[in-house]
Ligand binder design. Structure first.
Ligand code: GUN
Length: 294
């Protein structure tokens, strides 16, 4: 099969290029989009993600604030910070990096974020808007990035059977809603850890989305020839041959699966780069809404 390798880096650069001109116009009208990124604790992967988000803001001319709080920060201190950011007119988007330390009640923290600034799309108001297909809400960045990739590559979703492996609030559930929406018109099955005959089910998919966090779970026997495979997994596996001692792999056994597919996202370089691009897009959307452009 002549497999198309879906290039997330290239697509994310196109998204950023488009945003740059919108940001320029907003600035000329006196509105600079602003994002606050909050990290509680010292998780090394989270530190990398947070720094990448701040860097992306700098490159686009988005104002940013980075808040790094110690692991022992209390729920109350975190909520106080969010409250301040909710009332800070320079800030249009607030993101609290997930996962926080175990003593923090993440759902309660999300509830404190002003839904109009919830650029992660995790607040129940935005979850409801997604389910209701109200486009004024914010959609979580990773599934939004997946949809952008499908659009960029002209991949038809209408009438297709999409199987999503994983039912998380960050990827699986919102992805299901986006694919079943009247915009995309796919028929969606959501599989999870208790699904029986997972490989047989996945083999019925025209579009297979893997978002479980299990390295290499999806092998050739999971994939119908000609299917489109989106690999959302970002897993660290030990690799003593690498300088860092690990490498990043997806949920898909790429070497085995890629030859079967009509299109596939690699890891890294597929879905990953889209997440930050869509965060920037959501921040610009929040700014436009706040100044009445939308
Ligand atoms: N951790 C992993 N992905 C995400 C994300 O999209 N948003 C936040 N806040 N934390 C994450």
């Amino acid at each position: 099969m002549n497999t198309i390798i879906i290039d997330g880096k290239h697509t994310s650069e196109r998204v950023r290029r488009n945003l740059r001109s919108v940001i320029e116009q907003l600035k000329q009208a006196g509105h600079t989009p602003g994002l606050a990124v909050v990290l509680v604790g010292e998780d090394p992967a989270s530190q990398v993600y947070v720094n990448s988000k701040v860097k992306a803001c700098e490159e686009l001319g988005i104002y940013s604030q980075k808040w790094v709080m110690p692991t022992e920060t209390s729920q109350e201190e975190l909520v106080q910070l969010i409250d301040r950011l909710n009332h800070d007119d320079r800030i249009h988007g607030i993101l609290v990096q997930s996962p926080p330390p175990p003593h923090i009640d993440e759902a309660a923290v999300v509830l404190c974020i002003d839904p109009r600034k919830d650029v992660d799309g995790f607040h129940p108001v935005n979850v409801a808007k997604l389910v209701m297909e109200d486009s004024s809400g914010f959609v979580p960045c990773t599934p939004l990035g997946c949809m952008e990739l499908l659009k960029e590559y002209g991949i038809e979703t209408k009438g297709k059977h999409a199987v999503i492996i994983g039912r998380s609030m960050i990827v699986g559930k919102p992805m299901a809603h986006l694919l079943m929406s009247k915009q995309a018109n796919a028929t969606v099955t959501v599989a999870h850890s208790r699904t029986t005959n997972l490989a047989d089910l996945c083999r019925t998919a025209d579009i297979l989305v893997a978002a479980v966090g299990r390295p290499g779970l999806v092998t050739a026997q999971y994939v119908k020839p000609g299917a489109v495979v989106l690999d959302v997994g970002i897993n660290r596996v030990e690799d003593p041959t690498r300088p860092r001692g690990y490498r990043i792999v997806g949920d898909v056994n790429y070497d085995e699966v890629a030859p079967l597919c009509s299109a596939i996202t690699p890891v890294p370089g597929g879905v990953g780069p889209m997440t930050i691009a869509m965060l920037m897009a959501n921040t610009v959307k929040a700014c436009r809404a706040s100044c009445g452009v939308d």
